[in-house]
Design a protein around this ligand. Structure first.
Ligand code: 0RA
Length: 652
């Protein structure tokens, strides 16, 4: 039988199975891609890109081109071998069709490939196919172009040859199904760029390009960036710290295979007080850490301590030095590749494989030991920093104890400025952190006192990115937030494991004016949460209120509007047959301009308001953004603000 005939025959039992598989994906998409919101939508792209990364890691591709097309379709092209198109004897179908339509078929045809990339859900491109209204697969292989198209995962024709080529590679173009992604089908350039940049650092040598073809620039071209790192994690650490002041001339870089586990890591010290350790397993961000991080910490502490003791650098040091002191001002990225990873923890992002701990520990011990011997000047700088951290920690401990003692003595211990709610079930309760006393007053009048508490904050809160730890516990606004919210003050290090059992509200809502100062205050508060109460964000308890920008009014009729397009539409609606100037537009410059009733209607009322939930999409990206926005250097901050200016509203 010729291949052509073979392709056309036998649409039988197999196909029914395929349809059932893809039907399952469409019925319960969240089981396969996590959710059907913004995250899941972007996950589709990562799933397709991961296949190309695998091909590159196998040594057959070095370029991946991602495009956001008009209408929010996505096109991913690589220069790999191309998905095989020949007939698979057992299934009697083209391998391409099997890869695109059978759940978890991805690895079937290439057992030898060292396959370790693959998203958290690692479900394969067939899921993307099932969740797309249209998908087209194009393969350039052995001089020929092959093609197949699908609708919601169903092939529209057999794989066919459509031309000749001198290229190699796979091109997948898909359109996410709006009946699945009901929240939005709009791709965020920055989200995709963040992940591709991360992938370029994690997989050095691969060139990843992202182009936004939804909108032409003034010169007729499209906005496009290429992410390509030859230095890998070393460059990743330099990128994360680009707005901080480094202690070492270059990050310390370690790469090797220990007990069969490929370990790659890089770290640097900076003059800040925060610890920023990011970890990855098979290119997946392990937010909750795990055995690889435990191994890293153990290796770091032991090796530095041994060196310091041997050189007599600690002989005049009185206070105790803890593991935390070795990690103050540390920025690190740890990446391991594990054949059969076990993921544990609340969000399944904690590595459980116990053998990995030793691998990382040994890798750090060997390489760092050598580094310290060869670079005594740098070694001394690191140890001095550790001693300084221990000294500061003693001061911080004192300040923290003072706060806690005071709160024990002062009656309920709740801040005087807090207008608490009467309900005491945290699940129903909300606290609004409000900018300024005047807006705080309006909010107190307008709220539902059963379930809504108000804590007014004085102007700009302390920038925790730049302050020393003990200053943070001495700051009134920050103390008030800790005590009102009901979490005990922890150290930055245990912030990830914050004790939430005494949490008093399950919604913590930041409410500031809709202007530049307001967004600065929101950023300051988010930075504080990110550095000192990250568990609150991770558990989904932190929200941002969205007060309206305009009230459009004609006689007794009025509408609230949150953006200019809504405002223009409201003007048209209200004006009706009347004149334009019969409609009055009020631009709210701040929360203070609304009365209690208006604030309730637009921003507080749970039935009608919109809250934005704060999430951590990529901890590394967040870290970089926060340090840049809150740090000392002005130029990168100005660039960021200019790039994001179209989202911001400049006050007239
Ligand atoms: C299995 C076998 C071979 C290539 C691939 C998979 C492959 C898959 C994807 C997905 C996106 N891009 C890809 N590139 C290649 C090739 C086996 C061979 O040629 O011997």
């Amino acid at each position: 039988m010729s291949e052509e005939q073979d392709l056309k025959s036998n649409y039988s039992a197999d196909n029914i199975q395929v349809l059932e598989g893809l039907e399952a994906v469409r019925k319960r998409p969240s089981m396969y891609i996590g959710d059907t919101g913004v995250k899941g939508l972007h996950h589709l792209v990562y799933e397709v890109v991961d296949n190309s990364i695998d091909e590159a890691l196998a040594g057959h591709a070095d370029t991946i081109d991602v495009r956001i097309l008009e209408g929010n379709s996505i096109r991913v092209e690589d220069n790999g071998r191309g998905i095989p198109t020949g007939i698979n004897k057992k299934e009697n179908k083209s391998a391409l069709e099997i890869v695109m339509t059978v759940l978890h078929a991805g690895g079937k045809f290439d057992k030898d490939t060292y396959k370790v990339s693959g998203g958290l859900h690692g479900v394969g491109v067939s899921c993307v196919n099932a969740l797309s209204t249209d998908l087209k697969a194009e393969v350039h292989r052995e001089g020929k172009i092959w093609m197949q198209e699908y609708k919601i995962g169903v092939p529209q024709y057999d794989v066919k040859e459509v031309g000749n080529t001198d290229k190699r590679g796979t091109i997948v173009t898909f359109t996410p199904d709006p009946t699945i992604f009901t929240q939005t089908t709009e791709y965020k350039y920055d989200t995709l760029a963040g992940r591709l940049r991360e992938l370029s650092f994690l997989n050095k040598g691969i060139k990843l390009t992202l182009t936004d073809e939804r909108e032409k620039l003034d010169d007729g071209s499209y906005f496009s960036e290429t992410f390509h790192s030859e230095g890998g994690l070393k460059e990743f650490v330099a990128f994360l710290d680009d707005t901080r002041t480094s202690i070492l001339a270059e990050p310390i870089y370690i790469e090797g295979i220990k007990n069969g586990v490929p370990v790659e890591l890089a770290f640097q010290y900076n003059d800040s007080y925060a610890e920023n350790v990011h970890s990855y397993v098979n290119n997946i961000n392990t937010h909750e850490g795990g055995t690889h991080i435990a191994g890293f910490r153990r290796g770091l502490t032991r090796t530095l301590k041994t060196y310091a003791d041997k050189e007599g650098l600690l002989k005049n040091v009185k206070m105790e030095i803890t593991g935390d002191d070795f990690r103050e001002g540390l920025t690190a990225v740890v990446s391991v590749k594990v054949q059969e990873p076990q993921f544990e923890g609340q969000t399944k992002t904690k590595l459980g494989n116990s053998e990995v701990m030793g691998s990382v520990d040994v890798a750090v011990g060997e390489a760092l030991g050598n580094y310290l011997e060869e670079n005594p000047k740098e070694a001394k700088m690191i140890i001095n920093k550790v001693i300084l951290a221990a000294t500061a920690r003693a001061a911080a401990r004192k300040a923290r104890e003072m706060v806690q003692r005071k709160s024990v003595m002062g009656g309920s211990g709740l801040p005087g400025k807090l207008a608490d709610c009467s309900d005491s079930d945290p699940e129903r309760c909300e606290i609004f952190l409000v900018e300024g006393d005047s807006a705080g007053g309006t909010a107190k009048q307008g709220r539902d006192r059963n379930i809504q508490a108000i804590l007014p904050l004085k102007g700009k809160i302390l920038n925790v990115e730049k302050a020393m730890e003990h200053k943070i516990y001495e700051n009134d606004e920050i103390k008030n937030m800790f005590t009102a919210i009901g979490v005990s003050i922890g150290t930055p290090e245990d912030n990830k494991a914050l004790n939430l059992t005494k949490l008093r509200y399950h919604k913590i809502v930041i409410m500031t004016d809709a202007d530049i100062d307001g967004s600065h205050i929101t950023t300051l508060i988010l930075t504080f949460f990110y550095r000192y109460m990250r568990a609150l964000i991770e558990a989904g308890y932190v929200y941002i209120a969205s007060p309206p920008l305009y009230q459009v009014k004609k006689g007794k009729d009025f509408e609230y509007c949150w953006n200019d397009a809504q405002r223009d539409a409201a003007v048209q609606r209200l004006k009706g047959a009347g004149k334009e100037d019969s409609v009055h537009i009020q631009r709210y410059k701040g929360l203070g301009e609304m009365n209690a009733e208006q604030l309730w209607d637009t921003t507080l009322n749970p039935a009608t308001r919109t809250l934005m939930q704060a999430t951590i999409e990529s901890a590394a990206e967040c870290d970089h953004t926060f340090s840049m926005l809150m740090g000392d250097e002005v130029a990168p901050r100005r660039d960021f603000i200019e790039r994001n200016a179209k989202y911001a509203k400049i006050d007239a």
